[in-house]
Design a protein around this ligand. Structure first.
Ligand SMILES: [Zn+2]
Length: 305
């Protein structure tokens, strides 16, 4: 299974900044040490033309040269730097590469990405560009005419940027399960939104996921799944407000992969959010997702053709 990374581009953050930038490197090190079947590949940056499938040229330019509106930068939550701009483009490139690899090999991943709060002309909530949206549009342009893409967003925060981008696009289905009282406080209607109350635990979450996937399967027939496997529904998360255990999150991942398997669908996944009180807990959730994904990769390799 190919996994694309960008953590060699570390975004310089002021000390005490609440974004856990170090988690990506920790995760890559653990994957390299514990899951040797994973092939770790550095990601190329997305081109301006690729970004422009979703993003406004003026916004792409402003992120590139640092002229971005200070108000938008505040919404993003990162100070601008050349490294920040480069990292944002590479993170989109990693999801693009993961989608291409998934279409060939069944499953692949971006070790970062899942930046679902980014709109065409502005970022927000630690998101600069919307990687899943750009990758979905690009796969439709280059992989197969008429390719339909389901974005299954299980980060604890609503994928407001993604929902907005595909609001009037019947070829991309946006599903989001998220905390009702959590950021973003003004949600954008997606194709299927599931609001979860604070404190939701494994059982209620998995039931809600089951119903949502069922409905997705009835309403839409995708050729590719992009899965945002956010670690922030975990009970140890500082921002998540939900109470999923390690086991609950692993069952969540299994359910998504099984659902795709039953339909013979290639699946690319990205990390999205994770803000554990202990960064190691966030990384553990993500390592578990990769272990489930490897099982999927093996099934895909061994499937009858
Ligand atoms: Zn999140």
């Amino acid at each position: 299974m190919q996994v694309f990374y960008t953590d060699q581009f570390v975004l310089p953050l002021p000390s005490g900044h609440r974004f856990p930038m170090g988690k990506y490197r920790l995760l890559r090190d653990r994957l390299a040490a514990e899951l040797p079947e994973i092939r770790l590949v550095p990601a190329e940056p997305a081109s301006e033309g690729q970004l422009a499938l979703v993003h406004a040229p003026g916004y792409i330019q402003a992120i590139g040269d640092g002229s971005v509106d200070p108000k938008i930068l505040r919404e993003i939550g990162f100070p601008w730097s050349l490294a920040m701009a480069e990292r944002a483009r590479r993170s989109v490139g990693a999801t693009i590469a993961a989608c291409r690899a998934a279409l060939r090999e069944g499953v692949a991943a971006n070790i970062a990405g899942g930046t679902h709060h980014a709109y065409p002309d502005r970022g927000g909530g630690f998101c600069v560009f919307n990687d899943a949206a750009v990758a979905a549009r690009l796969m439709q342009a280059e992989a197969r005419r008429g390719l339909r893409v389901a974005i299954v967003d299980l980060d604890v925060h609503q994928g407001n940027g993604t929902a907005h981008i595909f609001r009037d696009d019947p070829t991309v289905f946006t599903l989001s399960l998220h905390g009702q009282k959590n950021f973003p406080f003004r949600k954008e209607p997606g194709d299927l939104d599931v609001d979860l109350p604070d404190g939701t635990g494994d059982e209620a979450y998995l039931q809600a996921l089951e119903r949502a996937l069922d409905e997705l399967g009835h309403r839409f027939d995708p050729g590719l799944v992009i899965y945002l496997a956010g670690a922030d529904p975990h009970e140890g998360d500082r921002l998540g407000r939900l109470k999923l255990t390690w086991d609950g999150l692993e069952a969540r991942d299994r359910r998504v992969f099984d659902w795709a398997w039953q339909r013979g669908l290639p699946l690319a996944f990205a990390m999205a959010g994770g803000y554990g009180h202990r960064i190691e807990d966030t990384v553990q959730v993500q390592v578990n997702t990769f272990a489930v994904a490897l099982g999927y990769a093996r099934r895909w390799q061994n499937r009858p053709r």
